[in-house]
Design a protein around this ligand. Structure first.
Ligand code: PSU
Ligand code: MN
Length: 325
């Protein structure tokens, strides 16, 4: 897959959906133009505000992230499915509608053709967002935390499709690591097996989403957005198909107290087990449980983590655009 040229950018389709003649992916004019001109663009996912954060904060966070990028001279490309149309560059009205819709789908890559054909709304996960961003020629994507290997996966097989998708999608994803609810050691092993580079931003201590340091070491760090951009260019020149993961830790002054984390996570997991929550419901359930359990403190950390990743994504996209220009 390659990025799209300017002429095809806003109506990306040859076949369309199920004989309707509608474009398979809609790319907003603003995003299409910025991509064609080589200006910095950062993709943002929608599951974070459709399933990851409670109302009404979810909408505020989604719009703030866009605003933050615009102020840095970067074009935001919020990605989701609106009325069956996978969209790169949702409008403010569309984001507002998705953020307020009850029971909308959490759309991973396998779900994309289904929600498209059935004309449904959906929040796209990291996997589906990375795929759509890449199809639209958007090279940088900021999120909160990645999906990974759930505890007990050796029996349940519950591993996020984020990992296998990122193994085949050459974007750059800025996250604060994988969510703390996951088996981080196993997830890092899977990234290694899948040839996905994991690079710390100014650290070789892998961040733990709610906490600055997960306790796991990684091999490499970059010290600046320019250095990250050099790695991304090198990946592209080598024609490697994997994403580059940039792991950006939350400011230690703003993390959840690390000594409380184990208890918080154990309670969330026990409750999920008690209620038999499995499959794609488990991530939203665990995040919600942690938010209630911490009296909203984890929500503040989640928002802070996301802000940091949006900021760094903007800087890396800007450095990449400068190299190309
Ligand atoms: N990070 C967050 N909140 C979220 C998610 C990540 O801070 O809601 C979402 C992402 O969209 C990620 C998904 O792709 O959770 C992973 O879900 P699963 O484990 O079912 O693949
Ligand atoms: Mn899963």
């Amino acid at each position: 897959m390659t990025g799209l040229s300017a002429s095809t950018a806003s109506t990306v389709s040859t076949a369309g959906i199920a004989g309707t003649g509608a474009p398979a992916i809609r790319i907003s004019e603003e995003v299409a133009r910025a991509v064609a001109d080589g200006r910095p663009v950062v993709a943002l996912e929608s599951t974070i505000f459709t399933h990851g954060l409670p109302r009404p904060r979810n909408l505020a966070v989604a719009l703030e992230a866009e605003q933050q990028l615009r102020e840095a001279g970067v074009v935001p490309a919020t990605i989701g499915v609106h009325a069956g149309v996978p969209t790169v560059g949702l409008s403010t009205e569309q984001i507002t509608e998705l953020a307020a819709t009850d029971g909308l789908d959490k759309v991973s890559l396998r779900d994309l053709p289904v929600v498209a054909a059935l004309g449904r709304h959906g929040g796209t996960t990291v996997a589906a967002t990375a795929f759509l961003a890449h199809r639209a020629g958007v090279r940088v994507f900021s999120t909160g935390g990645l999906g990974g290997v759930h505890f007990g996966a050796s029996e349940s097989f519950d591993e996020s499709a984020d990992m296998t998708t990122l193994a085949a999608t050459p974007v750059t994803v800025i996250s604060a690591g994988v969510k703390s609810i996951l088996d981080i050691r196993a997830t890092l092993e899977r990234f290694e097996t899948l040839n996905i580079p994991v690079i710390g931003y100014r650290t070789t201590k892998y961040p733990g989403f709610y906490v600055t340091d997960s306790g796991h070491e990684i091999n490499f760090a970059v010290q600046s957005p320019e250095e990250a951009a050099r790695v991304i260019d090198a990946r592209d020149r080598l024609d490697l198909p994997q994403a580059v993961l940039i792991a950006n830790p939350v400011d230690p002054a703003k993390q959840l107290p690390p000594q409380e984390l184990d208890g918080i996570l154990a309670r969330a997991r026990a409750e999920a087990e008690r209620r038999g929550i499995t499959g794609n419901a488990s991530t939203p359930f665990l995040l919600d449980h942690i938010q209630r359990d911490t009296g909203g403190r984890s929500l503040e950390v989640n928002v802070e983590v996301y802000r940091g990743n949006v900021r760094l994504g903007g800087e890396i996209a800007t450095a990449l655009a400068a190299r190309a220009g």
